[in-house]
Design a protein around this ligand. Structure first.
Ligand SMILES: [Zn+2]
Length: 222
């Protein structure tokens, strides 16, 4: 397996540990944790020290929440790693069957929906995934293809399951996660000879920067 070079933001991991993420984002983080001992350990440490940290923190004004967060991460990063590493709550969650199929390399059996030539998607529709307005999708992009330039109206987590893509932020391979918000504008393009298949959690539609994708957006469900 490739070394993982791109991880969810620490704030995202903390939200996960606090149970504050919607289900599509939880599932994506679970998927990353299965492949990333580094983040797995951070989650475990966060869960282990969060209760004690809150208990011993003085009362804090709402305006100082950022200071509280910084202080928490300073504590998190200075704590010695617990030994042995116990499994986090993530192990209790089951990944969608479609993700397991992609990881096994048999994804041609899945009911892919054509978006545009070279690009297919599947919206994962299990009952617990759509309670909050966010959604979880698989996206498969053929070699040499790119998504149109876009930014995000909300948050987006993208995890590469197979293949690789490159954008303004770097090169993302299997296991890597791009943790994006409305400030980031990018145009991912697949690299290598293999299609790039990603798991994507979003809480708002993408915001395309050119006319044609904008016109097509109501029809392509992205
Ligand atoms: Zn990680």
């Amino acid at each position: 397996m490739n070394p993982i070079n791109h991880h969810p933001d620490e704030a995202t991991l903390l939200s996960y540990a606090a149970g504050a993420l919607s289900q599509p984002f939880v599932v994506l983080i679970d998927c990353h944790l299965q492949q990333c001992p580094q983040c797995h350990e951070k989650i475990f440490k966060a869960e282990a020290i969060a209760g004690e940290f809150i208990e011993h923190s003085p009362p804090i004004e709402a305006s100082n929440c950022e200071a509280l967060r910084d202080s928490f991460f300073a504590t998190l990063n200075s704590e010695p790693a617990p030994q042995p590493l116990a499994p986090s709550g993530s192990s209790e969650h089951q990944l969608p069957a479609e993700v397991a199929v992609v990881l096994s390399g048999r994804d041609q059996k899945l009911p892919w929906r054509l978006i545009v030539p070279g690009m297919h998607s599947i919206t994962l529709n299990s009952s617990d995934l759509h309670s909050s307005g966010s959604s979880l999708k698989l996206l498969r992009i053929a070699p040499g293809r790119n998504l149109p330039l876009h930014s995000h109206r909300g948050s987006e987590l993208t995890m590469v399951l197979r293949g690789a893509f490159q954008d303004e932020l770097g090169c993302f391979r299997a296991g890597d996660v791009a943790d994006l918000d409305h400030e980031i504008e990018h145009q991912p393009i697949t690299i290598g000879n293999e299609a790039c298949t990603c798991l994507i959690a979003v809480d708002a539609p993408l915001e395309f920067k050119s006319l044609v994708p904008n016109l097509l957006q109501p029809f392509i469900d992205f």
